[in-house]
Design a protein around this ligand. Structure first.
Ligand SMILES: [Zn+2]
Ligand SMILES: [Zn+2]
Length: 119
């Protein structure tokens, strides 16, 4: 699911611009893709062919910067959400179970912001 989001987004970008994704394009990629890109389940090498050399360097810098940020911040309470939290299927932000008012890990979950946006 996460992998699909990333590939789809980048593929669309490559198709829309009809060229490889360059360094300046990387900065335009939505935040949710930047979060998705460091997900453990994604083999980032698979999307490398969508990028120019500069573009790929920029992506790797984003990945490194994100990995150095050891904690995920819950958008509800602004506290560390690295444990007891759930990931939104749309924006890929992590929220605490308590803040999100959920108590089971469901396959599909959307945060309040995304729920409102979907309406
Ligand atoms: Zn929270
Ligand atoms: Zn969300």
């Amino acid at each position: 699911m996460l992998k699909w989001l990333v590939d789809e987004e980048l593929a669309m970008l490559a198709i829309n611009t009809n060229k490889l994704i360059s360094e300046s394009d990387v900065e335009c990629i939505p935040k949710r893709v930047q979060c998705a890109i460091i997900d453990e389940t994604i083999a980032v090498g698979e999307i490398k062919h969508f990028f120019t050399t500069d573009g790929w360097t920029a992506v790797q810098q984003i990945i490194n910067a994100k990995k150095q940020r050891a904690t995920w911040v819950c958008p509800v309470c602004s506290e560390d959400a690295s444990t007891k939290s759930i990931c939104c299927n749309r924006c890929l932000e992590w929220s605490h179970f308590i803040c999100a008012r959920v108590n089971v890990k469901s396959k599909q979950w959307f945060c309040t912001i995304c729920k409102l946006a979907a309406k």
